[in-house]
Write a protein that binds this ligand. Structure first.
Ligand code: ATP
Ligand code: MG
Length: 773
């Protein structure tokens, strides 16, 4: 038996071996919070205080949950798969699967991801003739999710004016539609579970008695609904260990509430708050910088961190003329690091927004450096995969309208917008799903859709006894999706992705412990039979084991596609660079970390200026980014960047100036100051965004050749006549454009202008007739 406790410092030791009472560990990055949490689980089991099924551990990302299971298996010879270790969404999904009847859900309920949620809202607005300029679909989705996170059903939403009444009405229609389709969105997974536990006493007491220990990592980022769920699962008897760091609270924009930490201490009668002050992750320069940066925040609970590791290398800061050159620089640095023996998988490239990854990916790809992207447009979110998944969803539940709509005319079957509308009308009149409404539809659309329904029925019939990978393969063939993409120009990637879906189904079956020959459509026997009868006559089937005892292979795979997307891009075991947003890097660590795009407006993000506390949240995000690094940290920014089809002229991020001089080394020379005003002025708060010019309409191809024309960061050159970079101008022949470079002076003054329609032109300012607009 391993001695689990031997490598812990005294504070960690005390935390791991706490008596069975609720406790809060509040400690900075890299101080071993997650390690304490995992070791405590192992210790509780090893000392016989609890069986593996008597505890539940909640983490924030699938990656973190997997890592916790792996660390645990390394400490104890136990099967962690059937343990209750997972994300909030994953565990709620498991509960709802086991108790679908009590939760008033169909057994085959499916999970609506954010994209599908948005499409459903758009459809509802259209069907009800609601003006989507006045009620933009994204805002409606935000409203709905927000209400759910506050635990509010449509009927309970506060309506105080016509707008809120209208929103509540849309929300109500949306609720009905989801129920009819048998789909639940992400927020619904939690809300439904909370309502189920709150209203069903026997069930609640069952779980409260079962889970003697509940452990929650990254507690600072829980929202109110998640906290309510923890309270319902815990009751008064369970010991809850909450672990967190207020300086790493980065989800306030999604309703996370740091205040939950204080409520937790009060409501769980926490006797003492445990502090961990030794950092085991980062070298001195990295830690000192993180500490200095975060000290600029005022709203802090206050913590200290020290390290015994040496100072290590200075943090390298690079200024690049453009995002392309920033990526080029990344490639060179990475090659150097790997030459020094650092594994690619130990190198992370972090960015604030997903949109930044494209240019980085392009550079890595051209340099043949393998990489893996977490988040972003994930495997399961690609159009061709979504289409395939929709067909699979129809195998599981043909009444899922979202799935039906997605593929009723894909590949094209000649069903026009009119036919679609007619079908939706008929379905509404009869209160039927689209699938069930088809026989009521006449005309050409009726017969074309009739053939589609027949195709689905035939596929459902034919695939009954197939295993999951076989079923996926067969459905891809029957749907003619593969054929469709084979005939499409540049369709090879999509065909490859579809083929990858078959392998990922095979991998899923193996990983989740389903029998190799289990028919994909068949649910486990335990669900089909009656529930286990408990002593006092209450029937409770415990949501006990792994998903393979709760769902059919296909249902489980579809949940996985919605919930656990993103892990399928690199081959398993491949040594690949790790690309992700700072948000998704939470809790992780790497030997070397690159933080890119340190530009005002990007990081800190411009939206943060609009919200109270927004800037402090951005700074916490930067704190999270810095503290991911063990040995080497690189930070970069670009003077110009192409983002969302616009070129942005950037000033460097304020966060760079908050890092102590003695911890950093500037690789690129600081900005030359020729024809410009004092760079200091760029730091005036009011000025911050006005110095960045943007324009739309330039395609990325024209941009490729032009980014290097940009001006140095934080300064906008102006000539005597007031022409300046970033100025919008109009030319009689070329139309409107924007000045991106000025050269020469007096009678020999030329401007490089990016015209929206015609691309770049270089014009002599003394000859060309330009108007300022
Ligand atoms: P974060 O706030 O970023 O989530 P954390 O507090 O959860 O960080 P961990 O990830 O648990 O920190 O630990 C950071 C690193 O330090 C890990 O590599 C861990 O194995 C190591 N570590 C923690 N405690 C010790 C210890 N007592 N001795 C040696 N290494 C340790
Ligand atoms: Mg952690």
């Amino acid at each position: 038996m391993q001695n689990l406790l031997q490598n812990l410092n005294p504070e960690q030791y005390a935390a791991v071996t706490l008596p069975a009472e609720s406790a809060l560990i509040l400690a900075g990055a890299g101080s071993g919070k997650t390690r304490v949490l995992t070791t405590r689980i192992a210790w509780l089991i090893q000392t016989g205080q609890i069986s593996p099924s008597g505890l539940m551990a909640v983490t924030f990302t699938n990656k973190a949950a997997k890592e916790m299971q792996a660390r645990l298996s390394a400490m104890l010879p136990i099967n962690t798969r059937s343990m209750w270790i997972g994300t909030f969404h994953g565990l709620c999904n498991r509960l709802l699967r086991a108790h679908f009847r009590d939760a008033s859900l169909p057994q085959t309920f499916q999970i609506l991801d954010s994209q599908d949620q948005l499409s459903m809202v758009k459809r509802i607005l259209k069907a009800n003739q609601i003006d989507d300029d006045k009620y933009p679909p994204r805002n409606v989705v935000y409203f709905i999710n927000n209400a759910k996170e506050q635990g509010l059903r449509a009927a309970k939403v506060n309506t105080y004016d016509p707008t809120s009444r209208q929103l509540a009405e849309i929300y109500g229609i949306y609720e009905e539609q989801c129920q009819r389709d048998g789909v639940v969105d992400f927020a619904e997974l939690l809300l439904r579970t909370v309502e189920l536990l709150a209203s069903n006493q026997p069930l609640r007491e069952h779980y409260q008695a079962r889970f003697k220990h509940i452990l929650v990592d990254e507690f600072q980022d829980t929202n109110d609904l998640q906290y309510r769920w923890i309270k319902l699962m815990a009751g008064t008897q369970s010991a809850v260990l909450a672990v967190g760091d207020d300086d790493q609270s980065i989800y306030a924009f999604r309703g996370a509430n740091v205040g939950n930490m204080a409520s937790f201490e009060r409501e769980f009668r926490v006797q003492h708050r445990i502090k961990l002050e030794q950092n085991y992750r980062s070298h001195g320069h990295i830690l000192d910088s993180a500490n200095a940066l975060i000290s600029n925040n005022t709203e802090r609970l206050g913590k200290n961190l020290r390290t015994d590791a040496g100072q290590g290398e200075l943090i390298r800061i690079q200024e690049a003329p453009s995002d392309r050159e920033e990526s080029q620089w990344l490639v060179e640095q990475i090659k150097e690091l790997t030459r020094q023996g650092i594994a690619s998988s130990e190198i992370a490239i972090l960015y604030r927004s997903n949109a930044q990854s494209r240019v980085i990916e392009h550079a890595l790809f051209s340099a043949s450096l393998p990489y893996k992207v977490y988040g972003g447009l994930r495997f399961f979110e690609r159009a061709e995969i979504k289409h395939a998944i929709a067909y699979l969803q129809l195998m599981d539940n043909p009444h899922n309208d979202s799935a039906f709509l997605r593929v009723m005319n894909f590949p094209a079957r000649g069903i026009g917008a009119k036919g679609q509308e007619n079908l939706q009308d008929v379905a509404r009149q009869h209160g039927l799903s689209l699938y069930a409404a088809v026989p009521h539809l006449g005309g050409k659309a009726g017969s074309t859709l009739g053939a589609f329904v027949k195709l689905i029925e035939a596929a459902r019939f034919e695939t009954q006894m197939l295993t999951l990978p076989e079923l996926v393969k067969r459905v891809l063939e029957m749907s003619t999706l593969i054929q469709h993409y084979q005939n499409e120009k540049d369709g090879e990637d999509r065909v490859e992705n579809l083929e990858q879906l078959v392998s990922s189904a095979a991998q899923f079956i193996a990983e989740e412990g389903f029998a190799n020959d289990a028919p994909a459509l068949m649910g486990p026997a335990s669900i089909a039979s009656t529930n286990i009868v408990q002593g006092d006559g209450v029937e409770i089937l415990d949501a006990d084991a792994a998903l393979n005892t709760l769902m059919s292979p296909l249902s489980a795979f579809l949940s996985h596609a919605s919930l656990e997307a993103g892990d399928n891009q690199a081959q398993v075991g491949q040594d690949a660079l790790q690309l992700m947003t700072v948000h998704s890097a939470k809790g992780l660590e790497f030997d070397a970390v690159f933080i890119t795009g340190l530009e005002e407006g990007l990081f800190p993000h411009e939206n943060s200026a609009k919200e109270t506390g927004g800037m402090e949240e951005e700074r916490r995000l930067m704190y999270v980014a810095i503290t991911r690094a063990r040995q080497r940290l690189f930070i970069s920014f670009a003077q110009t960047r192409m983002l969302h089809g616009q070129i942005r002229y950037n000033t460097k991020s304020r966060f760079l100036t908050e890092l102590p001089e003695e911890n950093v080394k500037w690789l690129s020379p600081k900005v030359q100051q020729n024809w410009f005003s004092s760079p200091k002025s760029a730091w005036d708060a009011d000025d911050q965004y006005s110095q960045r010019s943007q324009f739309s309409g330039a395609g990325s191809s024209s941009y490729q050749n032009k980014v290097s024309y940009a001006a140095p960061h934080n300064i906008i050159p102006t000539n005597e006549d007031g022409w300046r970079i970033g100025l919008s101008v109009r030319h009689a022949k070329f139309g409107e454009g924007i000045i991106i470079k000025l050269e020469g002076s007096g009678s020999n003054c030329r401007a490089h202008i990016q015209f929206y329609k015609l691309g770049l032109k270089v014009l002599d300012l003394n000859i060309a007739k330009l108007e300022k607009v």
